[in-house]
Design a protein around this ligand. Structure first.
Ligand SMILES: C[C@H](O)[C@H](O)[C@@H](O)[C@@H](O)C(=O)O
Ligand code: MG
Length: 399
């Protein structure tokens, strides 16, 4: 029987500098990009932080790159959001649970990373770091087995992925072949009825451009209260809003439970991109907070944890549509019936063409064509992408 190589070394890097760092920190874009143009957030109550999310620090963390090298020289890697703080955790804390171990012991490794950091982690950046290590581990396992990750997750249940697009131009997304368009919400409660009116005018205008059958959604990025979200949902109902996303504070499970009761019949409530682990999603599911959960596989605990989250959601009859995370979610979505479509974040500044999400960090990143991606595009070992050697990596800590 072939003996698996052991893990020789774990390394964690950030990507230094450059306006529009992009990559896993996809909010870190240059001036004029739709993703940072007056999008409503809870910080909007402060006028100085209303125009740009970068102004209050949405891009302070930066990208985390994790490399795991086996003693036969094979290297698995992954990118997510986490920056230098996450590098510290990977190098000074989590590496001890991997080095010298069999890379296929991903359950044991995950368990030790999570419970070893339970006293200071459980959510947020600590679970981002755990996710980065877990994704790199799955990439390494795929490379050692010479199999794409989706083969190790049970194989494809359909021949292609279909995508909705997130961005400022759902009308252009329709022309590109996407099945729907998710708009960012531009005006929050602090802008009163005037702002609410602009939110409604925008969805009305977009509906007139895309016609009746194209999905339209609003992404509220945690900016609202239950009352405002309820009003928004009811006013957008006549324009066929398919779902209202992440309307309130992720910790307000009770608020989501109420919003789910308040929205018009047939409108979906979605959330989860800033939720972590099976326990966080258990709360959302068992309290009846939403119809679709949207974990980010680079933030919720990685593939190992997403497997558990997805099974829980399936048992609750909920869909799992991961937050846009490129290949890291594609290899999962293609293997699950309760993940019937995926998100594609339009990274082009005007949302007018399809561009790779983790650019410039990743090479060979598959992108949808006419809103779809054939499963064969994933048929490379691991996640099937490479680190761009032109992008300078910086290792802030060693161990
Ligand atoms: C478009 C939203 O404001 C976020 O920037 C986006 O990252 C996320 O919420 C999404 O669902 O794509
Ligand atoms: Mg969202």
């Amino acid at each position: 029987m072939k003996i698996s190589p052991k893990i020789k070394q774990v390394r964690a890097y950030v990507i230094k500098g450059g306006e529009g760092g992009g990559g896993a920190d996809y909010h870190d874009q240059g001036e004029g990009h739709w993703i940072d143009n007056h999008i409503a957030t809870s910080m909007g109550r402060y006028p100085e932080y209303r125009q740009s999310r970068k102004s209050f620090g949405i891009n302070v963390l930066g990208t985390l790159v994790v490399e795991i090298e086996a003693d036969d020289g094979t290297v698995g890697f992954a990118v997510t959001t986490g920056g230098e703080p996450a590098c510290y955790m990977v190098e000074k804390h989590f590496a001890r649970f991997l080095e010298g171990r069999n890379p296929f012991e991903y359950e044991r490794i995950w368990d030790q990373m999570y419970f070893g950091s339970q006293y200071y982690g459980r959510k947020g950046i600590v679970v981002n770091a755990i996710s980065g290590v877990d994704l790199a581990l799955w990439d390494l396992m795929g490379k050692l087995r010479q199999e794409p990750v989706y083969h190790m997750l049970g194989g494809a249940v359909r021949d292609e992925l279909q995508f909705y697009a997130t961005g400022a131009r759902p009308d252009l997304a329709k022309e590109m072949g996407f099945i729907g368009g998710k708009l960012p919400l531009y005006h929050g409660p602090i802008e009163g009825d005037e702002g609410l009116k602009k939110n409604i005018e925008l969805i009305a205008d977009m509906r007139s451009r895309v016609g009746e059958d194209f999905w339209l959604m609003y992404d509220c990025w945690m900016a609202l209260d239950v009352n405002y979200a309820t009003k928004l949902a009811h006013k957008c109902h006549e324009y066929g809003l398919k779902w209202i996303e992440e309307a309130i504070n992720p910790d307000d499970y009770w608020g989501y439970q109420q919003l789910k009761k308040n929205v018009p019949a047939g409108m979906l409530v979605t959330t989860g991109e800033h939720e972590s682990t099976r326990w966080g999603f258990k709360m959302l599911l068992e309290m009846g907070c939403c119809d679709i959960i949207q974990p980010d596989v680079g933030w919720c605990g990685g593939v190992t944890e997403l497997l558990k989250i997805s099974a829980l959601a399936d048992a609750h009859g909920a869909l799992v549509v991961p937050h846009g995370s490129s290949v890291y979610s594609y290899h999962f979505v293609i293997t699950r019936h309760n993940s019937p479509f995926a998100e594609f974040l339009m990274m082009a500044p005007k949302a007018d063409h399809v561009a790779p999400m983790f650019h410039p960090q990743l090479l060979n990143e598959p992108i949808p064509e006419k809103g779809r991606l054939k499963v064969t595009a994933l048929d490379k070992p691991g996640f099937g992408v490479d680190l761009n050697p032109e992008v300078k990596l910086y290792r802030p800590y060693e161990h």
